[in-house]
Design a protein around this ligand. Structure first.
Ligand SMILES: Nc1ncnc2c1ncn2[C@@H]1O[C@H](COP(=O)(O)OP(=O)(O)OP(=O)(O)O)[C@@H](O)[C@H]1O
Ligand SMILES: O=P(O)(O)OC[C@H]1O[C@H](OP(=O)(O)OP(=O)(O)O)[C@H](O)[C@@H]1O
Ligand SMILES: [Mg+2]
Length: 405
């Protein structure tokens, strides 16, 4: 998004982002100061913003009535980190997004004939959910919190899609006056910060940043924003600290920055989000979300598990079951499936072995195999699981309860 701010906004002396409007954020190229504001100044800024709202709506003015249309709209990230992973996840759920060309911003999912996919930048997905231009969307929880600003129309349908993992965290230099500072508390208590010389934080999270500082009682703080490469700001002398996303931690390390205890604002990964209004008022939206959710839950549950099959000598299924269940990792989803293995010897059919089938968490595979061997398991076969469809989908029940509130 690029919005040119009128000069009167850029000249607001000590300013804050409007506390409740995701409709307008500053031009990405504009670096300016934001502080947890005195009341008078907030009013000043709000009036600056009001003067541009009439000309820049960003497609997200909350509509008062729901606009009729036949198709349910699902927003997916158009590019960046989340784009390919979103498509891959849907593919793993047998939902194939037919996008003829990456520059085409609308696509179909043949398995969901009443649904169309719209590719948008993550922050615009949130804005368009709020405006009613999208019904469902896949975004990071960080983007949802920053641009959704706790709006009650936004419902998280699935909060853990298993990609886009990162956290939003404060980082400070690991040298100079910060060398021995290791927690938010210590940072806040540094004698350097005062009303005249506040702690300067560079961030792209201009809603969550001031909110977090306020919640943590940090008064003397100002914020500046930039498009990216925020990790350079402390070394350039522009900021004392940064508030940015971290996943591997490499960027912080390479720029001599460190995270501090108590400095994590939120943990994030990709989530499926819906507009409450769409789910309650748009025909077909609830059915679509139910189907997507069932597929997601079945796939994501299976994704963390292996099927393990082993043979075990024994006198009866009961006796084998007791041996298997004596091991903590071998209880499977509901319990092990144990079936007789029929062998012929001298023309006679007998049962000397039993086959055990269990699901084990991927992380516990090797320990499970060791436990199986310890109780006499042999010929262990391991294969990936594709789907686990439970009797019901727990998040579906949660969603229905949430919609009734
Ligand atoms: N290391 C990371 N850094 C930034 N984002 C990450 C990281 N790991 C996962 N993510 C997720 O990816 C999202 C960022 O994706 P991307 O960079 O494509 O978008 P963006 O920078 O927010 O959008 P735009 O380029 O339109 O401003 C984040 O909101 C977060 O949910
Ligand atoms: O912990 P890491 O794995 O190093 O990842 C964190 C970095 O990745 C993101 O930047 P991005 O690559 O989007 O570049 P940008 O800062 O220019 O937006 C984020 O803003 C951090 O700078
Ligand atoms: Mg980016």
């Amino acid at each position: 998004m690029s919005i040119l701010l009128p000069t009167n906004l850029q000249q607001c002396p000590s300013s804050s982002f409007p506390s409740s409007s995701p409709l307008l954020s500053p031009s990405p190229s504009t670096v300016f100061s934001v502080t947890v504001p005195p009341r008078r100044c907030l009013r000043l800024v709000t009036s600056c913003v009001a003067s541009v709202q009439s000309s820049v709506a960003n497609g997200s003015a909350p509509a008062s009535v729901i606009v009729e249309r036949d198709q349910i709209r699902l927003g997916l990230p158009s590019k960046g980190r989340m784009a390919a992973d979103s498509l891959d996840l849907l593919k793993d759920c047998q939902l194939f997004v037919k996008q003829v060309n990456p520059r085409q911003y609308v696509a179909q999912i043949p398995q969901l004939p009443n649904t169309e996919v719209w590719f948008q930048r993550p922050k615009d997905i949130v804005r368009k959910l709020l405006s009613g231009d999208l019904d469902l969307g896949v975004v990071g929880l960080d983007t949802l919190s920053e641009y959704g600003q706790e709006n009650e129309d936004l419902i998280i349908v699935h909060e853990a899609l298993n990609f886009g993992d990162c956290h939003l965290s404060i980082a400070i230099p690991n040298y100079g006056i910060f060398e021995n500072i290791n927690s938010l508390k210590e940072l806040a208590q540094m004698p350097q910060w005062s009303e005249e010389r506040p702690l300067r934080v560079a961030t792209g999270f201009t809603y969550l940043g001031p909110k977090f500082m306020k919640e943590n009682g940090i008064k003397h703080v100002t914020f500046s924003t930039a498009d990216g490469a925020l990790e350079a700001a402390p070394a350039m002398g522009i900021a004392d600290a940064i508030l940015d996303l971290v996943s591997s931690g490499t960027t912080l390390k390479e720029n001599n920055l460190k995270e501090i205890e108590g400095g994590v604002v939120l943990e994030s990964q990709a989530a499926l989000v819906a507009s409450r209004r769409a789910l309650t008022e748009r025909k077909g939206a609830l059915n679509t979300v139910h189907e997507i959710l069932e597929r997601l839950e079945a796939h994501l549950k299976a994704d963390g598990q292996f099927t393990v099959v082993a043979n075990m000598r024994g006198n009866s299924a009961q006796e084998v079951a007791e041996r298997v269940l004596s091991q903590p990792l071998l209880s499977g989803l509901q319990g092990p499936t144990i079936s007789p293995v029929y062998c012929t010897q001298d023309g006679k059919v007998s049962v000397d072995y039993y086959a055990i089938v269990i699901c084990v968490p991927k992380k516990a595979l090797y320990d499970s195999v060791k436990q199986l061997r310890a109780v006499g398991g042999s010929g262990v076969l391991v294969s990936p699981l594709t789907y686990i469809f439970d009797e019901d989908t727990p998040r579906w029940g949660q969603l229905l309860r949430n919609l009734k509130q």
